[in-house]
Write a protein of this length. Structure first.
Length: 169
């Protein structure tokens, strides 16, 4: 009986030592080094850092109690749709106004999807507005990186956007 107890104690001791060694050797200390400097801009890819285009729209389609028009913009990639942004401005005289543009009960709004900007003109009271006629729009495509690098820019102010993106009219 003494041999059995001695053998059981020895087996328990060996098992405890082996378990401790395995447990302690699997632990690693995680360390985080400070971030290094930002690397250089990568090569041009599928998504531009920014893009701009001026479009004249004169053909509108009545859709219920609103007018719609689509502008094809190839620079609106899936990456821009998922992570970037598109800003649209409408021209009044020599000035560019950020959309949505609200004037009384009338509003001009936009949405975007892969390759397109969709324009909507409607009245808040549900009546059909007058056909918008010929309007000039400026579409600015901004990557996530460009927006992140310029957190203090008012992206609804065309003059600020123009300055930070170094745009030429």
């Amino acid at each position: 009986m003494k041999i059995f107890l001695y053998s059981a104690k020895l087996s328990t001791l060996v098992l405890g030592i082996v378990t401790s060694i395995v447990f302690l050797s699997s632990c690693t200390k995680e360390t985080t080094a400070p971030a290094g400097p930002r690397g250089p801009e990568g090569p041009a890819g599928a998504s531009p850092l920014y893009g701009v285009g001026t479009f004249t729209v004169s053909t509108w389609t009545q859709s219920g109690a609103s007018w719609t028009a689509d502008i094809y913009v190839s620079q609106i990639t899936q990456n821009i749709v998922d992570y970037g942004t598109v800003q649209v401005f409408v021209q009044y005289g020599a000035e560019w106004w950020a959309m949505p543009d609200i004037n009384g009960i009338n509003s001009m709004q936009y949405g975007y999807k892969l390759g397109y900007v969709s324009l909507y003109n409607s009245n808040s009271n549900g009546t059909l507005p007058t056909n918008p006629g010929t309007k000039v729009f400026k579409v600015v495509i901004i990557s996530q990186m460009k927006k992140k690098d310029n957190p203090n820019v008012n992206w609804n102010n065309y003059n600020e956007v123009k300055k930070v993106l170094n745009l030429k009219d």
